[in-house]
Design a protein around this ligand. Sequence first.
Ligand code: KIV
Length: 272
Amino acid sequence: MAYLQTDVTKVTTRVLQNMKLHGEKIAMLTAYDFSMAQLLDRTKIDVVLVGDSAANVMEGYKTTLPITLDEMIVYASSVVRAINRALVVVDMPFGTYQGNSKQALASAIRIMKETGADAVKLEGGEEVLESIQRILSAGIPVMGHLGLTPQSINKFGTYAVRATEEEEANRVIHDAHVLEEAGCFAMVLEKIPAALAGRIASEVKIPVIGIGAGSGVDGQVLVLQDMLGITQQFKPRYLRLYGTIGEDISNAIRQYISDVKSQDFPNEREQY
Ligand code: KIV
């Protein structure tokens, strides 16, 4: 590839736009804590998302709905302290932006001021347009999120693939254009047919990051713990495993227990 942004010292929204322009794919992963974020910072990851999937991964909830703004701010500020190069995006949690654009702006300002993140992400299209516009008017970059929007799980009742029917597909296309025209710098498309996602990525000028949305988009995002094999029960079709870290951790802990019980640990060199 002729054009690579791997040399940039800080990824900005403009860098991401350039990557789309030059056909360089964007790699995005989630992080919720300082230690994992430090590992990400040693790589050339482009975007780190402090996702509200923290509700599932870090807090054990079945949905993303219970996580609070205060909790997201703790996770996000831990991540920001570790990240130097990647663009850090923070999810606005359920109930902090829907239906009240002034509250949306206040929530986004808290995220930016208290975490030092670079941008916020929120779920939805036309129905949250006023909130998006108000946040953008304060100079805060917004990433959209369409398709499967987990904060609406109680409306849809399932995490199955979305927009397989023409009516919903047209709605997603419409909303993608609404997000672009509003001024979002990028959007996530989650769990929709690859052909639909590819069509949207080719129609809009802003980067489209997919999760379960095929290869025709401008980048990919996965939940870090899922792709590392730490969250072992979650196995959607789109997930590729890049490690068996969960197993490695359990084995290391088993070995530690065994060494403590057998008095192999600590040995003479491991004491004072
Ligand atoms: O919360 C999250 O981790 C997300 C990604 C799955 C895109 O929104």
